[in-house]
Design a protein around this ligand. Structure first.
Ligand SMILES: Cc1cc2nc3c(=O)[nH]c(=O)nc-3n(C[C@H](O)[C@H](O)[C@H](O)COP(=O)(O)O)c2cc1C
Length: 733
């Protein structure tokens, strides 16, 4: 609820100001190049450290009259001089020779245009007001954004921890927001300050020296280099000098330094008056420098990057909002008519996509089904089956549209009995995995009219395979054959399929448990890494099937497949002969890649071994790789035996530890081996070794439970900690 409030404020602020902010950012990008353009001219010849006295001398000897010099933020010296014979007027000089080096350039038309648009939108005072207001709103947007990031990262201390990748837009919205927060805050605060100054809301302080002219002395006469006030002043400390009009001692040098202004007697060199700049003047100077980037190429580039990122925040922010709101629910039947009610608790909309697929499949089977948000729970008078899909947020909190569900459920009494099934969507990267689904399940279990149909089921990282398995189980209980198409969840269209030629196919018939290996070579160059996926389309217009990509010792792409009696794709692959081709798309899966330098313990069952065969084949540096593999018996192992033995012999694999579940009464599973080797696993976690898990969802749940016990027993961080930092990687189906 509180999270929603912050998110709502962030959104409302963004919606109300995005047009102004967009214009300011786009013009800001252009204007950031003005100081860079200026700085590259380098009229100062790099002479920022010459003494000021030298500059004054050189100017006096070159010109008949010197009115003033000013040092700009890039350290270039602008002089205002008169000369009977040579150059007169205002121009840049070389501080070493005093000679003119360039005219003071006019602002280029593009920068003039961008400045006016940036400052006032060509609307004079009204425009300036809106730009100032937009700066302030951007400041508030940044603060609400920071709170949202802190909440998402679960605490201020975790602010700079790895961001868990949910989707492209939210990941980079957070990643860049965190990276550029300080520059953006500086832009907004200085922008607001400059606006307040322009509207004269801040006090304007004009320095006024109080000089007692009667006490000014004209002796002893000193040469410039002996002036005590100027002895150690360098060009880099100077802002401007106003030269005396006459040679009289009463007419002093007015010298502005970084933090003060002094009047210096031109004859004796004594300081007649000294005034420090008040805070507002200093603020005004630094606001201008920080807001415009003048004088620093690096800061200008940071400002440009911040402006580009603001444009990206606007785009990604709206994209995320639309994604959240996309899933408008349109029901075919009224709530009061339906026997099946599907309730969805979803924050960013992905759980709703699963719910909609399930809902559509039930409609296809002529079921009267009603789909709605969890908070809309009511007296469903005909409900026989209640299905709840819900995600979890924060430290186990409900998603935005489910916060009232449990109280609503407790308040609403139904006249009929009904059966319920709860599916939790969550991520093992969070310590309170699917916590809200557990809360919902508990609330339902204490409801007298509700009976459990299926045990609470959890789905990690939106795994479609896990969802598909649950749909099968649920359908089976109701005597329905449900087939939910995965493709409808793939928002990004896949690339055009490419042709892959079959190099070998071991065929299921020749294998003891119907598992076979297919080696493929792309007909045109396709880059692939073990751990990537191959999307295969067994028939024209059929749904895609994804397989984990491995590699054999010949460097060919290797798939390990289990043949299912009625499996369209596994039968299609099994029937392919050497020399034939298939169409497929390589799908990148960087979350399941192993870096060249990383040591790993790889855990797999059955065909889940495929990516690990590839990682072994790629292990040319012979780093430490250990493989735990679960199969039925040694005959199941025979399929992989030659590749594993070669890898062991050549040092590409350090250790192979099999777990056979069907050889004796002692059924051994990989999770048993993990529990037995607890010491090895706790050391691996402590030392940064990567743990990779690939295989069935059932195995994943057992392995995760075994690892969690090890983390607890050895007082390590929670497993989610290691998952969050990419040390525990899973690809299960
Ligand atoms: C900020 C944030 C916090 C999360 N907190 C949890 C959590 O505490 N427990 C959990 O199991 N999953 C957590 N998740 C993962 C989501 O529940 C999961 O990605 C879910 O599939 C999202 O579904 P939705 O898009 O329908 O909201 C969190 C995700 C995010 C972005």
């Amino acid at each position: 609820m509180i999270l929603s409030l912050w998110r709502y404020s962030h959104l409302v602020l963004a919606v109300s100001s995005f047009l102004f902010i967009l214009v300011a950012s786009l013009t800001g990008i252009i204007l950031a190049f003005e100081p860079i353009n200026h700085a590259v001219l380098d009229y100062s010849e790099g002479q920022k450290n010459i003494p000021v006295t030298q500059l004054i001398e050189v100017l006096k000897s070159n010109y008949d009259e010197v009115l003033s010099v000013a040092i700009d933020e890039s350290g270039f010296v602008k002089a205002s001089v008169l000369s009977m014979e040579g150059d007169s007027g205002d121009f840049y000089i070389n501080p070493l020779t005093g000679k003119k080096v360039a005219e003071i350039e006019k602002q280029a038309a593009i920068f003039q245009f961008a400045t006016s648009l940036h400052r006032s939108l060509f609307l004079k005072s009204t425009g300036r007001f809106f730009v100032g207001l937009a700066s302030f709103l951007l400041f508030l947007i940044s603060i609400t954004g920071l709170v949202l990031i802190i909440k998402r990262q679960q605490g201020i201390r975790a602010l700079f921890n790895r961001v868990i990748k949910d989707n492209f837009y939210s990941y980079y919205h957070i990643y860049l927001g965190r990276l550029l927060l300080v520059p953006i805050l500086i832009i907004t605060v200085t922008g607001v300050y400059l606006s307040l100054q322009r509207f004269e809301i801040l006090p304007k302080v004009i320095l006024s020296h109080d000089v007692d002219y009667t006490s000014i002395k004209d002796s002893p006469q000193r040469s410039l280099v002996e002036f005590p006030a100027l002895r150690n002043v360098k060009l880099a400390d100077l802002r401007y000098i106003e030269f005396p009009f006459s040679p009289d001692a009463e007419d002093p040098y007015k010298i502005s330094l970084k933090n003060k202004e002094i009047l210096v007697n031109q004859v004796t060199g004594e300081v007649i008056s000294e005034l420090s700049y008040p805070f507002v003047n200093m603020m005004s100077h630094y606001s201008t420098v920080l807001h415009t980037g003048r004088g620093s190429v690096i800061w200008s580039l940071v400002l440009a990057a911040a402006c580009v990122s603001i444009v990206f925040f606007i785009y990604s922010g709206f994209k995320m909002t639309f994604m959240r709101r996309q899933g408008k629910i349109k029901n075919k039947y009224k709530a009061s008519e339906c026997e099946i009610v599907v309730l969805v608790g979803s924050e960013t909309g992905s759980t709703l996509s699963f719910g909609s697929l399930f809902y559509k499949e039930l409609l296809k089977k002529d079921k009267k089904v009603f789909l709605t948000q969890m908070d809309k729970y009511q007296k469903f008078s005909k409900m026989e089956q209640l299905v709840i899909f819900t995600s979890t947020y924060g430290a186990g909190e409900p998603p935005a549209n489910a916060s009232k569900f449990i109280s609503q459920l407790q308040k609403t009494s139904l006249d009929q009995n009904f059966k319920y099934s709860v599916v939790g969507f969550g991520s093992l990267a969070y310590p309170s995995y699917c916590k809200f689904a557990f809360d919902v399940d508990e609330a339902l279990s204490s409801c007298t009219s509700a009976q459990e149909l299926l045990k609470l089921y959890t789905i990690n990282n939106k795994s479609w395979e896990a969802f598909d398995q649950w749909v099968d189980q649920w359908g089976e209980r109701l005597g329905l054959a449900l087939d939910v198409p995965r493709d409808n969840l793939v928002t990004k269209p896949r690339k055009k399929p490419k042709k892959f030629k079959v190099m070998t196919n071991t065929k299921a018939e020749d294998s003891p448990d119907g598992t076979f290996l297919v080696a493929l070579e792309p007909e045109k160059a396709v880059q692939f890494k073990p751990g990537d996926l191959l999307a295969i389309y067994p028939e024209k217009d059929s749904h895609e099937r994804l397989y984990s990509i491995g590699k054999n010792l010949e460097g060919q792409l290797l798939l390990s497949i289990k043949k299912h009696e009625f499996g369209l794709c596994s039968n299609y692959l099994n029937n392919l002969n050497v020399g034939e081709s298939l169409s497929a798309v390589r799908v990148r899966n960087p979350e399941f890649h192993l870096k060249k330098s990383q040591k790993a313990i790889m855990i797999a069952t059955g065909t889940g071994i495929a990516p690990f065969l590839g990682m072994m084949a790629d292990n040319h540096s012979k780093k430490d790789l250990v493989l735990y593999w679960g199969g039925k018996n040694e005959r199941s192992y025979s399929l992989y035996k030659s590749q594993i033995e070669t890898a062991l012999d050549s040092g590409y694999l350090s250790t192979f530890i099999p777990a056979y579940s069907r050889i004796s009464d002692d059924k051994i599973y990989v999770q048993d081996l993990i529990a037995k080797d607890h010491y090895i696993f706790s050391n691996a976690l402590k030392q940064g070794t990567v743990l990779m898990i690939c295989g069935s969802i059932i195995m994943q749940k057992e392995v995760v439970a075994a690892l969690q016990v090890i983390c607890e027993n050895y007082n390590l961080n929670s497993l989610s900690f290691y998952q969050k930092r990419g040390q525990v990687k899973m690809d299960c189906y």
